[in-house]
Design a protein around this ligand. Structure first.
Ligand code: FUB
Length: 339
């Protein structure tokens, strides 16, 4: 991984796990969002829990309590996803795990399904936007929440005591949010599962949704009928790139596609695929994020993928590759590696 890896190899191994290559750390993690805060690399993932009984019973609905009592049921992994770990690295090689940076124990309206975090440094603090509970289940309160910390590794505290978005608008499941700060300082949040994506405008304190100039609060930006989830926005040389995952989230066809626009609200037209599985390396590569090394045109993509020999839906692990642009601004397909 370019200069960073070379530097890392030259360094003596110390404290944190020294694990050059993909997957970047041991363990099942998904939906990694990569950042550089200061001189440190950060990864905010979903804990991709193995199938098993939920660890925490409080706050479960009566139906879920019954599920929990019936040991013969195959438990949904999302009932186990009750916390988030954060990872940091000085060099993309030595990773330190910061356990339970967010835990549903500290989010009173949530019990499970802590999914797909998105972090942003703002006004001297760190904000972690997260999906919690599955709004599909039993009409239970769920949606997108926001937690705040003084430090990038947390611990993060629920800021609102309720979800920021707890409704299905334009058909979009309120999950897979990504917060994006434009050059003028305005922060937008892209989100949406169930094949629909929306964008909302956040207030300066990032704790509420405010109307756009035209008075609307939600703009549907679903870029293509193939859109599934995991939207991500990045800006390069004045061009807005909307990226997203397509295919079945447990299947081999899971992949990442993108569109380009001169506006953060589109219109977005699918240009092509950035990332997909490589049958020699791993399956189901998707739900990614992208980061630019400040002051350079060096870009990295973080994503999750499935080891070839694993079939469990939650066996997802994190990988990072370099990402390159063509001279016309389009993106070259990413090569999956074990390096
Ligand atoms: O990890 C939980 C869910 O799986 C995410 O919200 C989806 O994007 C999919 O990756």
């Amino acid at each position: 991984k370019s200069i960073f890896t070379l530097l890392a190899f030259a360094m003596a191994a110390y404290g944190p796990s020294a694990h050059a290559g993909n997957p970047i750390v041991p363990g099942w993690y998904a939906d990694p969002e990569i950042h550089i805060f200061g001189k440190t690399w950060w990864i905010y993932p979903t804990y991709s829990a193995p199938y098993g009984p939920p660890v925490r019973a409080s706050n479960l609905t009566p139906e879920q309590q019954r599920m929990r009592e019936r040991k013969d049921l195959i438990w949904e992994p999302y009932l186990h996803q009750t916390f988030m770990d954060v990872f940091s690295s000085p060099d993309l090689v030595h990773w330190t795990r910061h356990p339970r940076a967010l835990d549903v124990e500290n989010v009173k309206w949530a019990a499970y399904a802590l999914w797909a975090p998105s972090a942003i440094a703002h006004n001297g603090k760190y904000y972690l936007f997260f999906g919690a509970n599955d709004i599909k289940s039993n009409g239970q309160l769920g949606g997108i929440g926001v937690a705040v910390s003084d430090r990038p590794e947390g611990p993060f505290k629920d800021a609102l005591g309720r979800p920021l978005i707890d409704r299905i608008v334009n058909g979009a499941q309120p999950i897979d949010q990504m917060v994006f700060k434009d050059d003028d300082g305005q922060v937008y949040m892209y989100y949406g599962g169930w094949k629909h994506a929306n964008v909302v405008k956040l207030a300066p304190d990032l704790l509420s949704v405010v109307p756009f100039r035209d008075g609307s609060t939600y703009k549907e930006i679903t870029p293509d009928p193939a859109y599934v989830e995991g939207s991500f926005m990045v800006k390069r040389k004045g061009v807005y790139y909307l990226m997203w995952s397509e295919g079945g989230w447990t299947g081999p066809d899971y992949k990442v596609a993108y569109a380009m626009s001169d506006s953060p609200f589109g219109p977005f037209k699918r240009i092509g695929t950035i990332l997909q599985q490589d049958a020699r390396i791993a399956r189901g590569a998707g739900h990614h994020s992208v980061v630019n090394v400040p002051g350079t045109d060096e870009w990295y993509i973080a994503y999750h993928r499935r080891p070839l020999e694993k079939t469990d839906g939650s066996h997802r692990e994190m990988a990072i590759e370099q990402m390159h642009f063509n001279a016309d601004g389009t993106i070259l397909p990413v090569t999956l590696t074990n390096e």
